[in-house]
Design a binder for this molecule. Sequence first.
Ligand code: PLP
Length: 360
Amino acid sequence: MTIYNFSAGPAVLPHEVLQQAREEMLDWRGSGMSVMEMSHRGKEYMSIQARAEADLRELMAIPKNYKVLFLQGGGHLQFSMVPLNLLRGKASADYVNTGEWSKKAMGEARKFGKVNEAASSADRNFTYAPGFDTWKRDPNAAYLHYTTNETIGGVEFGWVPDTGNVPLVADMSSNILSRTYDVSRFGLIYAGAQKNIGPAGLAVIIVREDLLGQAAPNTPTMLDYKVHADADSMYNTPPTYGIYMAGLVFQWLKKQGGVAEMERANIAKARLLYGAIDASNGFYNCPVNQADRSRMNVPFTLKDAALDGGFLKQADARGLLQLKGHRSVGGMRASIYNAMPLAGVQALVAFMNEFAKQHG
Ligand SMILES: *Cc1c(COP(=O)(O)O)cnc(C)c1O
């Protein structure tokens, strides 16, 4: 039976990548060592990390005046590192509140400065992306932070705000590399790896150079972007195996035709799944505003929550795994990241149609 894993994260990785990692596990390309056993200062590992960075730069067309950092602490540590490094003596920062992840970022930022909630979708239970014309921005904000894709609520911005001279900061943990972004529009982009990049624990940071070097006094060394930028992410021992796996995923992405090709595939997968939900005559329901529906995380409920258990059990038996929704919203959530093939979504839709017929 083919297994399709719809986990929100840690999430499915490309099968070819896992196979390659298995083949190279005991002896990386004739070195006689596993990547896990290599000195991070040795030429073998240095080449792995350099290649990973070069491939990411190529995939996202990252301009030369941006640094790429591979750090630890996942997405969460960035909630603290962003204000510590980017407030730069200013009194406050703008945050757009679109759900669970924005709220966490805001909560952490409040420890270091004033947070101005420039916009919020709380009024409709975080089911939409607030229109840019409604944002109440502070022209003196140190930066503006938003979450490009709310992994739990399933809300994704289909557009990039123009914040002028105020640096734009984006948590792209769950949609990085899934669609084309013009990196030059951003001051800083960060992403925990375990959705679209690789194993948990690693975070990728893309930061414009002029924003470095102004961390708050007493910032711990390990939390200063400049320290890591100056050391090519080798100030201390980097999460080497995670970076190696991320590098394999970047090579896989290039083989698939890059980010534009991924985006085309992601649009097709999302269209198929939302189409099935919308055509179910209310048996399935997605609460998210049409225009702001995530291409990565598709939350939906069944018309009768008493059917949830049966749905999950039958799905499991068919190899459709980890569809249970987040504990805060209930229902189902199908995460269909880059590594989820179209065939997986087709299998899910076929099952959903059958289940609705049985119980409709
Ligand atoms: C998963 C996720 C995070 C948190 O990542 P951790 O690695 O668990 O810290 C942050 N932001 C978004 C949008 C996420 O999806």
